[in-house]
Design a protein around this ligand. Structure first.
Ligand code: BGC
Length: 805
């Protein structure tokens, strides 16, 4: 099996949900789960099609209160294709004897192939091969091709092919008490004898979604003029097509689908667009070829090859594949953020959290315009964030923890613990640190790309307004002569308050506080670096006074950071006074304790009582800031960093974290990479396995974990290979784990395509040939090289005393 193939053998109803998410196909504009075309939502299958940024709000009543949720809408199912033989029952694998069943995801060409052989209740054997794609080149097209072989019978097959608009959002069991009917006003018609069209509208956001499918049948490659009956049932439209098959003959059913919404660029209205598109679209094979070409180009740009470890390579390839199906070159034309669970399922309702922190670096190094467009999603919601801050009595911009259509806070106010069956108040929206992630992304993007225009026109304003927010959140505590931040939640969501204290949130989350100090320093510096004219304009526009910037500088010197023990940075103030959890006891009793919060609540206990974290929190500091940067920030605050600060804190929190978020493995692998390679590789393996092996047991079916997927690729490039682009220099500091063989990857640096090869402490940089490119500067250790087009440089880095050989 090649590293480009992911194969699932046999029909396993219990595993179908995971396979559907892992086999989802998409192009950044929309994605469709790998559900069987004949299926409807039930306890095995869940067909889902999601259009990027297509959200709708609904009200529901749960636990005696009315709530409003915004969700990424499940659009009509264009896949619908089933058949029956001689008027018998419609095809259903559960009612046949399955002889062979295989789903093969071809990551190279972006094709999902399903091969089935079955024997029905009358002893007839039938073979079915289905291939599908969601076109990467033309984001409004998709295709499904079905070959039916009558192995040992002759008779009439009726194929039903159309669009099922009866779908709802019901893919996540714990949300099922909530209203999930987002589509309304269905209208369906036949536009030509081989094409059906379905149009619906989202009930609150009023987005029109239109789909058209054209179904053609062939025998021995020649078109068949088969008899068709139009079926229009409730919110479903289809053609029933009669085909006469003789023993060992094959019929081919080719379905080409188009999808448009009223939000699309260069369109009049979606119904005429889809009708037009399927009318002009070429056949399946021609579309498949142009689709594969579009993938080939993207694969070249995002090439990341490991010479050994086929398993790791396949997982990396799968991660890149799903990243690029969610955020594709088409994203640059859309107003969308990074949905935490891709366009692959309904967990977290398609919301955008802080996960772009883990996603952007992989894009910035190859297609910076995509990273920029994701930052623009935030910029367009800056005013909303300003209003949110003002409503909270604060200044600047308070970005929501969970964001969707217009940047309103979309976090749920109550959530269901499936273990206890109880609905509980949810305070995770207090994760103000999302703003720090946005500011960090702006800054990182600017440093990596040197995109001054972006910084000047958009980025600086976002960064300054976020700084202003955190500075106003910080209060001066006279007794300490330091600034403090109270009532927030850090990245570790298991601590949303103090046991016995009514007020929500915890005080002085070290991550938030240290990063606020970093932000205040960075904002002052960015302001200095802006062209003078623009600086004056912004200062005037934002009414930024000297006093305010001086306050930022003071915060950067006097922010409070809690410590305990011998140099341990406390996750938050009072963390060390919480009880220690009996980790061994819980592991013995429950085995998997990743969702410790649910276990404790079901026991009538509360995670807030324990020194037990869901995910990396303090350690995020070592993830985001280099040792030198952190020493600088802490030193500036008057907390000199000792040589053992990093290893000591890693050890301390490693023992108190249950990795209930897939992001945790990425961060832990990162922070351990330079000191404990074996442990780092174990975490890297966890990150690779998170979705492929559904290590959270049951969450992958609800959507992939995009942050961990992209984060694992970023680990290879920026952490293990030590690639850093900042200040106009490409720096390399490889400490590559030789267990992974050699890595070859492509990046684009300041418009130059580069191939970098890394192994151990050595690296090679090769620039693409090109007539007139400006040379780039590469540094590794004490050596700096200028590289013109078509040149190669070899580097070997010296070992540092604390690094593992
Ligand atoms: C994690 C968050 C993350 C969110 C979406 C949660 O489980 O705790 O850090 O942003 O999932 O991926």
């Amino acid at each position: 099996m090649s590293v480009w193939q992911v194969v699932f053998s046999g029909f396993d109803p219990a595993d179908e949900g995971r396979r559907e998410a892992l086999c989802a196909l998409g192009n950044g504009f929309f994605a469709t789960r790998g559900a069987a075309p004949e299926s409807t939502a039930d306890d095995v299958h869940y067909p889902g099609t999601y259009v990027a940024g297509c959200y709708n709000r609904l009200r529901s009543e749960v636990a005696g209160r009315e709530v409003e949720d915004e969700s990424l809408v499940n659009a009509p199912n264009w896949l619908l294709l089933t058949f029956r033989i001689d008027g018998g029952p419609w095809f259903d694998l559960r009612r046949t004897e399955v002889l062979d069943h295989e789903q093969e995801l071809d990551l190279e060409r972006g094709i999902l192939v399903r091969r089935v052989r079955f024997r029905d209740e009358r002893g007839r054997t039938t073979g079915v091969v289905q291939r599908r794609f969601v076109h990467l080149g033309d984001p409004h097209l998709a295709g499904l091709d079905t070959a039916l072989v009558a192995e040992d019978w002759s008779g009439r097959v009726t194929v039903r092919s159309g669009i099922d608009g009866r779908v709802t959002n019901s893919g996540v069991e714990r949300y099922r008490a909530l209203n999930g009917k987002h589509l309304t006003g269905h209208r369906a018609f036949e536009s030509t004898p081989d094409t059906v069209v379905l149009h619906a509208r989202t009930s609150q956001s009023g987005i029109h979604i239109a789909e058209a499918t054209r179904t053609r049948v062939f025998a021995d490659g020649a078109p068949l003029d088969a008899a068709r009956t139009l079926l229009q049932q409730d919110e479903l439209i289809a053609h029933d097509i009669d085909l006469d098959l003789t023993r060992r003959s094959e019929a081919q059913v080719e379905k080409v689908a188009a999808l448009h919404t009223s939000r699309d660029a260069a369109t009049t209205e979606p119904v005429s667009e889809v009708v037009d598109r399927v009318r002009c679209a070429p056949g399946f094979d021609e579309l498949r070829r142009s689709h594969a070409l579009a993938w080939a180009r993207l694969h070249r740009e995002f090439h990341c090859g490991l010479s050994t470890s086929e398993g790791a390579q396949r997982a990396v390839q799968l991660h890149l594949f799903h990243l690029l199906q969610t955020i594709s070159p088409h994203t640059a034309d859309l107003d969308v953020g990074v949905p935490a669970r891709g366009l692959h399922g309904e967990a977290y309702r398609g919301h955008v959290f802080w996960d772009e922190l883990f996603v952007l670096p992989t894009l910035t190094l190859r297609r910076p315009q995509l990273a920029r467009s994701l930052l623009m999603y935030r910029y367009r919601r800056l005013d909303r964030a300003r209003r949110a801050a003002a409503e909270a009595g604060l200044r600047g911009a308070m970005f929501p923890w969970q964001s969707g259509s217009n940047g309103r806070e979309e976090s749920q106010t109550v959530h269901l613990n499936p273990r206890s069956g109880r609905w509980l108040p949810d305070h995770t929206h207090l994760q103000r640190h999302v703003g720090i992630a946005i500011a960090h992304n702006v800054h990182h993007y600017y440093r990596a790309t040197g995109d001054e225009e972006f910084l000047s026109e958009h980025g600086a304003e976002v960064l300054l307004e976020i700084t202003r927010f955190f500075a106003s959140l910080a209060r001066y505590d006279r007794s300490r002569d330091r600034y403090v931040i109270r009532g927030v939640v850090g990245p570790d969501e298991y601590h949303t308050g103090y046991p016995g204290r009514a007020a929500q949130g915890i005080d002085n989350n070290a991550y938030t506080n240290v990063m606020t100090a970093w932000l205040c320093r960075t904002a002052a510096q960015v302001l200095r670096e802006l062209p003078a004219d623009r600086r004056h304009e912004l200062v005037e526009q934002l009414d930024l006074r000297h006093g305010e910037v001086d306050r930022w500088k003071r915060i950067a010197q006097r922010m409070f950071v809690p410590f305990h023990g011998d140099g341990i940075i406390s996750q938050f103030e009072g963390y060390e006074r919480l009880a220690e959890l009996d980790w061994e006891g819980y592991r013995r009793r429950y085995g998997d304790i990743q969702r410790l919060d649910r276990i404790l609540e079901a026991e009538g206990d509360d995670p807030n009582r324990y020194q037990a974290s869901k995910q990396a929190d303090v350690l995020m500091l070592f993830y985001l800031l280099s040792a030198e940067e952190l020493a600088d920030v802490l030193g500036g605050l008057g907390y000199p960093m000792r040589p053992d600060t990093i290893p000591k804190n890693i050890e301390h929190y490693l023992q108190r974290t249950c990795h209930g978020s897939t992001l945790s493995a990425v961060v832990h692998a990162w922070v351990l990479a330079r000191s404990r390679r074996q442990r780092a590789l174990e975490f890297f393996d966890h990150a690779l396995a998170a979705d492929l092996h559904d290590t959270q047991r049951g969450t992958t079916r609800e959507g992939v974990h995009l942050g961990a997927m992209a984060g694992s690729v970023d680990l290879l490039q920026r952490c293990f290979a030590g690639i850093e682009v900042t200040g106009g220099v490409l720096r390399l500091d490889p400490l590559w784990p030789t267990e992974l063989g050699e890595m070859e990857l492509s990046i684009q640096y300041r418009g130059q395509p580069l191939t970098i090869t890394v192994t151990g402490r050595s690296a090679t940089v090769r620039t693409a040939p090109g007539p007139t490119r400006t040379p780039i500067t590469c540094t590794c250790g004490s050596r700096t090289v200028r590289l013109g087009p078509g040149e190669t440089a070899w580097f070997s880095h010296e070992q540092r005393p604390w690094e593992e050989a």
